[in-house]
Structures are given as C-alpha cells and as structure tokens.
Ligand binder design. Sequence first.
Ligand SMILES: C/C(=C\C(=O)SCCNC(=O)CCNC(=O)[C@H](O)C(C)(C)COP(=O)(O)OP(=O)(O)OC[C@H]1O[C@@H](n2cnc3c(N)ncnc32)[C@H](O)[C@@H]1OP(=O)(O)O)C(=O)O
Length: 377
Amino acid sequence: MTREPQRDSETGSGERSEPRPIDWTDSDTFARALERVETREKGNCFEDFAEGDLLAHDPGLTLTRWGNESWMSQTLNHDPAYWRSDAAAERGFDEPPIHPDYLTAATLGITVEDLSEKGGYFLGRTDVRFPGTPVYAGTELRVESEVVSTATSSSRPEFGIVTWRTRGKDAATGEVLCSYERTNMIPRREPVATDGGGSATAADADGDEDGSDLPETFVTPTGGFFEDFVDALETAKGRDAAVAYRHERGRTQDDVTVASLPLATLNTAKQHHNADVMGDSPSGDIVTYGDVTRSTALGHARSDERTWREVGFDDEKFHTFVAPGDTVYAFTRVLSADNDASIDVAGTVRFEHIAFNQDDKPVYSGTRIAEIRKRTA
Ligand SMILES: C/C(=C\C(=O)SCCNC(=O)CCNC(=O)[C@H](O)C(C)(C)COP(=O)(O)OP(=O)(O)OC[C@H]1O[C@@H](n2cnc3c(N)ncnc32)[C@H](O)[C@@H]1OP(=O)(O)O)C(=O)O
C-alpha cells in the first residue's frame, strides 16, 4: 500500500522530515538546552489572586478507609471509634467514620495545586468546622475556595499574604463537610517596596523570654474524662495557676510523614517532596505538611483524653519548619470546660495545643473545641 507523502511544514518539500536529531545525552548540550527553554510553570503567584475570586479545584478525592487509616495511624491517632465497629456504634456512627483531621488534610491537599503550589508558607488557619459529619469511607470530596483577602507583607517584599475560605463538599449531595479560613505567604512575581518592617517575634508578643510571666503552678488533670478537666480547672481557680501539661509521645518525621501523607491527599506543595528545590530554600530540606504536624500533636493530646467528638479549631499558626529527623511532641493547656455538649454523655472542653520539636521549640499552636466523654455517663 502506498501512502501520500506528508508535506513538511518547514521546508514545504512534500517529504516528511524528522526533526533534526539532538544528542540529549551530551551533558553540555542538555545543560544549555535547559538554560534556554521555558519552564511550564505550576501554581499561581500572589498577583493572580483578587478578593472575591472563586476557585473550584479540579482534583477530587474519594475518602477511603485506607487513606483515613494511613493518616490516623502514622500520626498516632488511635481513638477506637475510628478503628473498631463496636466502638463506632457506641458513639452513634454506622461504621468507623472518616476522622475530621484526615477530612481537613484532604480538603486542604486538593487546594494546593491552585492556591499554594507556587511556594511560600502555610501560616495559619481558623474557623475549622465540620458541619456535615459524620463522613463515611466512599464519600467523594469536591473542594472550592474563595479569596477572602490579599495583603502586602511588610517584612518580606518577595511575598504577599493571601487568605482563602475553603469548603470541602460531598460531591453527591453538595453538603459542606469541612470548612475553614487559611492564610499562606505566596511568592510575588515582582517584589514590592515595603517598610522593611518585620513583625514582633513570639517572644516579643509573649512577654519575658525567661518565662517569668508563667503562672506559679501547673495543674495536671488526674484522668481524661470531662470531670477530670472540670476538677483540674477548679483546682487552678483563684490561684496563680494554669491547667497545662505535656504529652510523653513523640513522632520523628520520616519519608512517610513528610512526603507520602501529603501526596496521598493530592497536596502538590514542593515543600514536602522535592528535596532538590527545597535544598536552596530557607529550611534547606523538605518539610512536613502542616496538617501532619498538627494531627501528630493532636494524636498525642487525644491519647490522654476520652474524646467524644471534634467540634472545631481556631487560631492555628505554624511557627517554624518541621523537617525529616525532627520529632514532634505536644503540650496542652485546658482553657475551659462547660456542661453544654450536644449530648448528655459528654461535656465541652476548649484546649490550647502546642506542637514542639526536639529542641523544645514551638512549631504549631492552636485552640480546639472537643466534646469529652463524662466518667459518669
Ligand atoms: C500546606 C502547605 C504548606 C505547608 O504545609 S508548609 C508547613 C507548614 N508551615 C510552615 O512550616 C511555616 C512555618 N512558619 C515559618 O517558618 C515562619 O512563620 C515563616 C513563614 C518563615 C515566616 O517567618 P517570619 O518570622 O517572617 O514570620 P512572621 O510572623 O513575621 O510572619 C510574616 C508575615 O506573615 C504575617 N502572618 C503570619 N501569620 C499569619 C496569619 N496566621 N494570618 C495572617 N498573617 C499572618 C505576619 O503578620 C507577617 O506580616 P508582615 O506584614 O509583617 O510581613 C501549602 O503550601 O499550602
């Protein structure tokens, strides 16, 4: 069978001509080519975001038992209701559900490609709520974000600060399962002139560095039930005292926590899996996904309490990097305990949790509202 010769678009000769061969294995040739070609960039810069913009994120994710169990096991979250069907039934669940931590991490992971893949830093998050829980394995997640604000960073001219409101929805019903407001530092295409400001350090904000603004006494609850938190707060009341304690467990960061867990949530932030690029960054290495750090600290805290239900999280901040080899520990302060939970068998406790590293440096802080089981229930 004969075929019509295709016209060559460059020569018009009528003969098909292959592109000129290039020896890509010659390292000089290849290096010069890399210098001259354009890079097909990923992600958006600060200038690409404007207040009120709506973004529907393309990636979707089916929340699976495997994803949930990987996340929860690697971050030491062992609440039986998320692992055992009898414990789940006792808590009123049809089966072990998807944990709010994994739901939060998956909701955020899906957004990274559009919101923060360009780089920068996850600074903080607030108003994390779960209006649609319980969520079960098999639920398909769709996520959308709205730009709440954009601001110039006075201390870092090469970055801007962007806040988004994100909602993770059940793709089948449209019900909002998880929502929060998150703030990142995002690289600018063009640096701006700033006052060179620089904000106060944690030490400035917190008062004396030697800890002299600390209370005289720290009270530790005698157990993990709601009544134990009430009693400890009662003991501290009217004295120069706080209910605060550290948790014994630590989790050293490894390939699984630093790279595998974020990738399993479709989080494409190069911070977690591109050691080549991150070698030249301020951290000098890949860093742990903020949600892994936070879940790990919360896992340590939950191991010392009888959690009934997670209600929400506020004022979350990421203070410094966590890198492979670093160990994540946790410290908890109990802020209040009120008998106003959604169910009689539990009470509401508000905690402040600090994740810290092997050098006792805080890496994450945030407040948490959780319903804690009553001993008398
Ligand atoms: C997801 C995801 C990525 C990740 O998960 S990365 C891992 C988690 N995040 C981190 O490891 C970041 C840890 N933080 C740091 O290392 C430092 O905070 C950082 C980013 C190097 C900044 O250090 P600075 O000392 O420069 O910090 P400042 O406290 O002065 O903050 C710089 C400016 O940001 C403003 N800011 C800070 N926190 C918030 C906040 N929660 N909300 C709004 N604005 C905030 C602060 O006021 C400073 O503003 P200036 O105008 O003074 O510049 C992913 O990629 O999505």
